[in-house]
Each structure stands twice: as C-alpha cells, then as structure tokens.
Ligand binder design. Structure first.
Ligand SMILES: C[S@@+](CC[C@H](N)C(=O)[O-])C[C@H]1O[C@@H](n2cnc3c(N)ncnc32)[C@H](O)[C@@H]1O
Length: 196
C-alpha cells in the first residue's frame, strides 16, 4: 500500500508537511497550527489499521487531514472506510479540502464536532487513532476501549512528548487488564493497545 500511493494523495501530503513545518517555525498560534504527526507515524498507524480486525475505523482529531490520508491509504488497501472527528470548524474545512484534493472521499467520512458527543453511535471498533487535546485522552480511552472488538487496536499519539500530562491515562492503560499495551518510541511516542 505504500508502494502505490496515488499522486494526488502524495501531493496533498507534501503541501501539508510544508505548511506544518512553517507553522512550527513562524509563531502561528496553537489553535491555527496543524500539529500533524510525522510521516513515520503515518506509516505506523496505517500498518496497524491494515492489520486490525473488522469493526469501525475511527480517528479522533483530524486537523487538516494529514494523518487521515495515511489511514485512508490503509482503508483503500483493505476495503474499509475511516470515520474521523474534528471539533474546530476551520480545521474541518481544511480537512474537507484535503479529502477532495486527494480524491479519498470514497474512503473517508469527516464528522465535524466533539467526538465525545458522538461516541455513543460509533458501534464496534476495530481500530482507533487518538490524537486530540491531551485533556480528553482519558475520556476518549474510556469511551473507545469497551467498544473495541477482540483484537481491536487503539493507538494514541504523544505518549512520550506529553508523557507527564498523559501519565494518569498512560498508567491506567498499561495496567488495564482488558488490553495488552506498550509505548513505542516512534515519532512523538505511540501508545498501542490491543483488546484481549
Ligand atoms: C494534534 S491535532 C491532530 C493532528 C492530526 N491527527 C494529524 O496528524 O494530521 C489535534 C486535533 O484534535 C482536535 N480536537 C480536539 N478535541 C477534540 C474533540 N473532542 N473531538 C474532535 N476533535 C478534537 C483539535 O481541534 C485538533 O485539530
């Protein structure tokens, strides 16, 4: 799936990577910055999605849709669709532009709003990528883990660069007997949980 990424997807990825780098360098306010995962994390989450069991594939925290493009590649390769949640209207608008330009509208559905208001309707989950505000990680974890099918995967970003802020949630996940969990030192640090 990484060997034949469509050109419109690659082109939009390059645009967003450049804008994300500029954001970090030029003092763009936090609410405006894209705050994307690096490409290696994109490949990492795409591999996990492709290997996940049947069930909804969801992302919490779309921003402009960069990580969703990586997940869309895995969805296209495995015949699934991605449901991605973004709370900020201006980010949702950028994400819509991303999905249209990249031509992934068939495999990505964007929900504009607070994930926590929609969690009740997501059904059984095969894969979840959590990359939202750190303050809601615990609440998202509590909503997603009971919905994971056996073998279902939850990956949460920022497990190393925000380790102190996330410590209560990370410690709870690592001790949670419903899942097997590990923190992987790739990108900003990925918590990977597999439902038992
Ligand atoms: C770190 S950025 C996501 C970056 C994106 N995953 C990527 O790599 O391209 C976090 C995003 O989560 C969104 N967000 C925060 N809280 C949310 C919530 N409760 N529901 C949905 N989105 C949320 C923010 O508005 C922000 O755009």
């Amino acid at each position: 799936m990484f060997h034949d990424i469509p050109t419109p997807v690659l082109d939009r990825m390059r645009e967003l990577e450049q804008r994300d780098q500029e954001d970090r360098a030029d003092g763009t306010p936090r609410s405006e910055r894209l705050r994307q995962i690096p490409p290696e994390t994109g490949r990492f989450v795409a591999l996990w999605l492709a290997a996940a069991p049947d069930g909804a594939c969801i992302e919490i925290g779309t921003s402009a849709g960069y990580s969703a493009l990586w997940l869309a590649i895995a969805c296209a390769a495995t015949g699934r669709t991605l449901l991605t949640f973004e709370i900020l209207p201006h980010k949702a608008s950028l994400a819509r532009e991303t999905f249209a330009k990249a031509g992934v509208g068939e495999v990505v559905r964007l929900v504009e709003g607070d994930f926590l208001d929609h969690a009740g309707g997501i059904g059984d989950v095969g894969f979840c990528f959590l990359d939202a505000e750190k303050e809601i990680y615990g609440a998202c974890y509590d909503e997603v883990v009971p919905r994971l099918v056996p073998g279902g995967i939850l990956v949460a970003d920022n497990a190393i660069n925000h380790r102190e802020t996330l410590r209560p949630m990370l410690d709870a996940a690592l001790a949670d007997e419903r899942v097997d969990a590990l923190i992987v030192p790739i990108g900003k640090g990925e918590l990977v949980c597999r439902k038992r």
